[in-house]
Design a protein around this ligand. Structure first.
Ligand code: MRU
Length: 333
């Protein structure tokens, strides 16, 4: 992804990578004000970085888990213990489990830890490029698009899922506009999606989460979001606030697409009711920059994701093509 550096130059940077014996990643909690790179040489610290959202977004969580397993492999740690520890970082994103198992199998078969983790990250980016090619064709000149949370390069190592079609269409010279909903309470839409769109020069505006229905009533041509876990029936978990948007999109007849690699599909989970939804801390809701802004004594609830039912989905944009919810069994690996 493009990133303007402090000295005014533009660098091509990934969300997570391996360099000089360390796992390096963009600290996504610091964007857009600062581009901070952090590094780790212990798999437990990478797991903690997933938990505390230094790194985030389902496919990037997957790649970070692959690099955590890489560190475990290099340290000759007990791989069963490491895999268990890494998988406990967050419960919802299926890529975390998919990537950890993928690396476990590679390491058990004697693969080089760094080569294997790099391969996993490269495969993730290649899938995103394919998603961009399929999804880019859906975007026409003059369209108004909407997205939620951040399903961009930051969330996938590079390129993105929901943002991949936008990058592809932009590179093809198409002109379109993106509504990026801010995504409370962690503000991934405002701080990360807007940062990426800005870096790419894609016309956009940040909107309050609660204004999505208003803008849809004024005319939105298509919605593209990412996913954290997609059940076998096409129900899917994504950032809290996705379900509202899907329901409103149905009311206005707006096509609603989910962009995700096949590693986000959990065919062992039958329906969305079986997806574990992460509940995060009250403090993420009640505090801003270390200051409490809610009344002392008020409780806060902070589900990180919701489940959108398959009937609201127009199609899943994957590296294997675009599938209706009724067709997704065809892509089982
Ligand atoms: O809590 P986060 O920031 O990890 O949640 C991210 C999302 O919900 C994304 O939309 C999803 O992971 C898809 S990322 C390509």
């Amino acid at each position: 992804m493009k990133a303007r550096m402090d000295d005014g130059t533009t660098a091509d940077i990934k969300a997570v990578w391996f360099e000089n014996g360390k796992v390096r990643m963009i600290d996504q909690r610091e964007l857009p004000l600062k581009l901070v790179i952090v590094d780790f040489d212990d798999y437990r610290d990478v797991a903690e970085a997933i938990r505390n959202m230094t790194t985030r977004g389902a496919p990037c969580i997957g790649a970070s888990a692959a690099y955590a397993m890489c560190l475990a492999g290099l340290a000759k740690a007990d791989l069963d213990e490491a895999a268990k520890f890494i998988k406990a970082a967050r419960p919802t994103a299926y890529d975390l489990f998919y990537a950890t198992d993928w690396m476990y199998a590679k390491l058990k078969s004697g693969a080089d830890p760094i080569d294997a983790a790099d391969e996993y990250a490269d495969i993730t980016v290649a899938k995103c490029r394919a998603i961009g090619e399929y999804g880019g064709k859906l975007i026409k000149d003059g369209m108004k698009l909407m997205t939620h949370c951040n399903a961009g390069a930051l969330a996938t190592v590079d390129v993105g899922t929901a943002l991949a079609p936008m990058r592809n269409a932009h590179d093809a010279g198409k002109k379109f506009f993106v509504y990026a909903s801010e995504t409370r309470p962690r503000l991934q839409g405002m701080q990360l999606t807007a940062w990426e769109l800005n870096q790419e020069g894609i016309d956009h505006a940040i909107i309050p989460d609660g204004s999505a229905a208003y803008y849809m009533s004024q005319g939105v041509d298509m919605i593209i979001v990412g996913a954290d876990r997609i059940a076998a029936n096409g129900d899917f978990a994504n950032k809290i606030g996705t379900y509202d948007k899907a329901i409103v999109a149905k009311k206005f007849g707006i096509p609603f697409y989910v962009a995700a690699p096949v590693s986000t599909f959990d065919f062992n989970t039958k329906t969305g009711k079986d997806i574990v939804i992460e509940q995060r801390s009250e403090e993420e809701m009640t505090m801003v920059a270390g200051t409490r802004i809610a009344p002392i004594g008020s409780k806060a609830l902070n589900p990180a994701f919701d489940v959108t039912t398959a009937d609201l989905v127009t199609g899943f944009i994957t590296e294997k093509g675009i599938f209706k919810p009724s067709e997704i069994a065809e892509m089982k690996e």
